[in-house]
Design a protein around this ligand. Sequence first.
Ligand SMILES: [Zn+2]
Ligand SMILES: [Zn+2]
Length: 342
Amino acid sequence: MSEKTAATKVIKCSFCDEQAVTVIRYAKLRLCRKHFTDFIVRKVRRSIERYRLIESGWRVLVAVSGGKDSNSLLHILAKLSKEMNFEIIALHIDLGIGEYSKKSREAVEKLCKGLGVPLVVVDLRELIGAGLPDIVARTRRPACSVCGLIKRYVINVVGVELGANVVALGHHLDDLLPYIFKNFILQNLGEISKLGPKTESDEGLIGRVRPLYEVFESELALYATFESIPVVDETCPLTIRGRSLESEVRDFLERLESRSPGFKIGFARSIARNIDFYRRGLASSKPLRRCAYCGMPTSEDVCAFCKLTERTLGKPMGPIVREKVRKVIASLGLVRKSEASN
Ligand SMILES: [Zn+2]
Ligand SMILES: [Zn+2]
């Protein structure tokens, strides 16, 4: 078939008479808007089942940044929560990064209101009297590493206080594979075990699941557009842009995918199958203790968050964060009852 004739005639959806708006090469499907969004929701459902990410009756904390990835995740899980019988609560961390944080928070609030999903907003400035830029200015660590540390801590605290079974993160295939491949090149095999579809919970720490493990970034962009999901469409101003090893790897994986569609998903599944092998590459972790200040699990005497805030703000802020988060959760009426309520 010549390219010309294909371009001029209307291509029909594989499932109905509507015009196809996208072609899914790895699944050999042409889909209209409705069948595309259905396809994505079904695909996420299959990943949840395949990797046993969420069980019936669970309370799932969904971390939403306001970007298209995690906002789409919340939208998809809101649909699935009914048919798969789990509860979802959204968490947004307002990092106090000027206009960017303001827009992100607004997008999340609008989305949650529209979906009727309860939302816990944790405002870093209200919590510890300083936003991310203030803290970054007082350390020599890169912004993204400080941000990651703070988010991990807040997510754990909120998860624990909510009695959540698991936290769902918006990482997708195109986020994860470049890091997996990079760690393979550098032979940091243990690190690969943290990039699979789920990270088991340690005692007192909440487990992480990635329901978008097999979803492409381009699919999420399309899903967000078709479902009119409110998103903040800018990258964080603190991000350092550069030609990194990850972006080289990303281009390389892209070429392999376009030459043999389905390559990326196959690769991701192989990694997931071998995750126990990669976990053995982790340095044997020290037994978890409780942070001397805040009581959250840590392998040291003091947790990383209390250490960071003590160094940058002159006081370990863990205990204050825990107390304030507890109040926010109580004020929203989200303290977990013995049985998940509807
Ligand atoms: Zn259709
Ligand atoms: Zn602590």
